[in-house]
Each structure stands twice: as C-alpha cells, then as structure tokens.
Write a protein that binds this ligand. Structure first.
Ligand code: SF4
Length: 254
C-alpha cells in the first residue's frame, strides 16, 4: 500500500497530547478582544488535502475555528490524535482561527458579508466550502449562521466532519444544516463515541493502520483515496462534498 503521509509516531502523539491538554487548561482566548480584526479575513483557500481547485471543483475554500474551544463534542480520542495540535504556525495558523472565532462572536454581520463576497467572486464556477479542518460547530447561533449562507448559495457545496452531533443541544441544528440539498456532514466517530442510535448522518472513522488495512476491501465503507494516493485531493475526488458514495468514510490516522 502506498500511503501519502508518514504514520503518526509515538513522539508526535505525546506532543499532541501535551498541546491539547495545555489548550484545555488555558482555554480563555475566546474572550480576548486583542485578537479582534477590523475586517474579517473570511475563508481560507483550499489546502494540500482539499486542493484549491481540481478536476471536479474550480475553487475550494476552507473555514476554520480554534480547536478545543469550539469542539463541544471533543472526545478522549481527540486529545491523543488531533492533527491541529501542532505548534507550526505557518501550517496550523491558530491565531487566524482564533480571530475567526472573534469575528463570529463580535462582528458576525461583517463576517457574513466578507464570506458572501468571497463566494460571489466565483459566480458561475463550481465552488465547495469545507467546514473546519480545525474546530467544530459549537452553538445553535453559529450553525444558523452557516444555514443562512448555504441557503443564499444553493449552487455552492458545503461539507465537513463533525463531533457536535453528540451534543444534545446541537443535534437538531446539525441535522437541519445537513438536510439542505447543498450540505454534507459526516458524524465523526471513535471508540469513545456513543453513536448506537444516531442514524441521521453517514459516519467518518479515523483508524490506526492495522484496522485501516483490515477494512480496506470492505465495500460497506468508502476509503478516502487521497490517503492511498489514488487521487490528488478533494477537488479531484469530490466524494465527501456531495456524499457521492452514500457510505461511511474511512481515513487513516497520521
Ligand atoms: S474521500 Fe475524497 S472528498 Fe473525501 S476527504 Fe478523501 S479525497 Fe476528500
């Protein structure tokens, strides 16, 4: 099997756990107005995984929030494995993500306009927006914000993987967002998730190498082809963006 990324090392896991535990202990930045910006930056361009454009999409945007503080469905698994728990600010720009949270909390209307303008620049092109390579849906008001944008741009696709399905006060809103014809959400699941009775969303699993290899030929699951070098990224593949396969999706931990 030709894997795209090096497997996670024990050293990396220890480091992630330390960063995550520090973040959990010092989780006060959402009230720090020093992070405010006059004009919100809005959406980021696609990354190495999603690509910025590809054979199926002309433009991919990503929207990120700070991990931990916007992750009400966070599990023990996240503490050990969150790939955003990495101090390389050039790759994981946490300050920008904190600023995004501030923009939402303190100047939501301005943020709405900036995001809508960014999307409008690509009118007539095939655009997709990835929710949260960092962070998650953290409040009803926040999910409503995205429902409003998704309804305003019915030809743009929105997709993401969320653990907020496990938060009872958010579950109905998550389902409402997912019910829009241009939104696909997957319920992220791990060994610590209580998902037995949750059937409204397809699920996403991140597996250790051994378990990933056990499942790779199981046709009940869609194996992310980017991880085994069968596609360059989401803008080429597009499976999750519209849930083409209508299957649970499987990734490998890295
Ligand atoms: S399955 Fe396709 S769309 Fe989904 S994450 Fe992998 S490359 Fe992206």
């Amino acid at each position: 099997m030709l894997y795209k990324r090096p497997f996670v090392t024990e050293e990396k896991r220890v480091n992630r756990k330390k960063i995550m535990n520090d973040r959990c202990r010092n989780n006060d930045f959402e009230y720090n107005r020093d992070y405010m910006s006059d004009i919100p930056n809005g959406l980021e361009s696609g990354n190495k995984k999603t690509l910025d454009s590809g054979t199926n999409y002309d433009k991919i945007f990503i929207w990120n929030m700070p991990y931990v503080s916007t992750c009400p469905g966070m599990t023990k698994w996240c503490i050990n494995n969150c790939y955003n728990a990495d101090n390389r600010e050039d790759v994981y720009p946490i300050k920008q993500w904190i600023r995004n949270l501030h923009d939402f909390l303190y100047q939501k209307e301005k943020l709405y306009e900036v995001i809508c303008n960014q999307i409008s620049l690509f009118k007539g092109q095939k655009v997709a927006i990835r929710f949260h390579s960092s962070g998650d849906f953290f409040s009803v008001e926040y999910i409503d914000f995205w429902i409003k944008i998704a309804k305003r741009f019915p030809s743009v696709h929105f997709w993401g993987y969320t653990r907020s399905w496990s938060v009872s006060s958010l579950r109905e809103k998550i389902i409402e967002l997912n019910s829009l014809g241009n939104v696909t959400l997957f319920a992220s699941v791990d060994d610590f998730s209580q998902i037995d009775k949750f059937e409204q969303l397809n699920k996403s699993f991140v597996l250790e190498k051994e378990n990933f290899e056990k499942i790779i030929n199981n046709s009940n699951y869609f194996i992310c082809p980017e991880q085994i070098r069968l596609t360059n990224g989401c803008a080429d593949c597009g499976n999750c963006i519209t849930n083409k396969a209508k299957k649970d999706i499987v990734f490998i931990v890295h």
